[in-house]
Design a protein around this ligand. Structure first.
Ligand code: ZN
Length: 277
């Protein structure tokens, strides 16, 4: 059964990349003033910032840090390249710890021309190499399966089943899954795999936006909820039925919306959230 309409913003989180023209200070102030309760921070927004000070600013504005985006990109053609990726992910874990993010979203990576099976093995090895640090820092790692159109260079993990399989193989409480409707809405096994994910206690995050027709840019043409064909509320219902009670994270990469007035966009997000999420 589809979920009830959302009645308030207590579970609304926005990714800083959604309002790309705003720096972290502006985003935090504007989100808080708009009644948004959660923020997922993309690492670029922390460049040159004192993390302790930024953490305090977010806390003082009454926002909760939901996730840090993003880690991953484990596959590489050379051992050195793969080690670099692991080191970079360790830095991300340290940042998450310092900024108070309980979770890092992993875009797992892929290398054009390298067999996906090889990349998947490298992803598994890469995540394994981070488990001690993640546990020590009290930071979870959320594997985000990406739409198969990104299997060439962004992620060799393309279905929720693959993410569930990997989690269950790694079998570590520090690892789970981020479900993003943009990547997974088309999957005929989605409801079943969401149930499986929840049952195994692996469902850590829920990202929303919409799929536009036509999609004119593979990366930066995501729609606001209601602008596309995804039945977001139905999927949210599945996620909630699977035991998830965390934030609904609005994650929209859109040249169109980034070119608009961001204050108006934020109001549109709130309207669309109540109407279509
Ligand atoms: Zn996402």
């Amino acid at each position: 059964m589809p979920a009830q309409k959302l009645k308030d913003f207590s579970k609304l989180c926005i990714h800083t990349i959604t309002t790309k023209p705003w720096d972290i200070e502006t985003a935090v102030k504007k989100y808080a003033a708009a009644g948004v309760k959660g923020i997922t921070i993309w690492r670029q927004w922390l460049e040159g910032r004192d993390l302790r000070q930024t953490r305090k600013m977010i806390h003082d504005e009454g926002l909760e840090v939901v996730s840090l985006c993003r880690g991953g990109f484990f596959p590489a053609k050379t051992t050195g390249g793969r080690q670099e990726a692991i080191d970079e992910n360790k830095r991300a874990i340290e940042e998450a710890h310092q900024i108070g993010a309980p979770l890092i979203v992993l875009v797992c990576g892929a290398v054009p021309g390298q067999p996906l099976e090889d990349s998947r093995k490298q992803i598994q090895d890469g995540i394994s190499a981070l488990l001690d640090e993640a546990r020590d820092a009290n930071v979870k790692l959320a594997i985000e399966p990406l739409h198969p159109m990104y299997a060439d260079d962004r992620s060799a993990i393309n279905t929720l089943k693959q993410a569930n399989d990997l989690c269950e193989t790694l079998n570590d409480p520090a690892v789970g899954v981020a479900v993003d409707v943009y990547h997974l809405w088309w999957d005929p096994d989605l409801q079943r795999e969401i149930q499986r994910c929840g049952k195994a206690d692996n469902l850590l995050a829920f990202h929303i936006c919409d799929w536009r027709t036509p999609t004119v840019d593979l990366l930066n043409d995501r729609g606001l909820m209601g602008e596309g064909c995804i039945n977001i509320r139905e999927i949210r219902g599945w996620v909630e039925d699977a035991g998830f009670s965390g934030f609904n994270e609005v994650e929209i990469f859109s040249n169109r919306w980034w070119g608009a007035d961001q204050d108006e966009f934020l109001q549109e997000i709130k309207r669309a959230y109540l109407k279509n999420a």
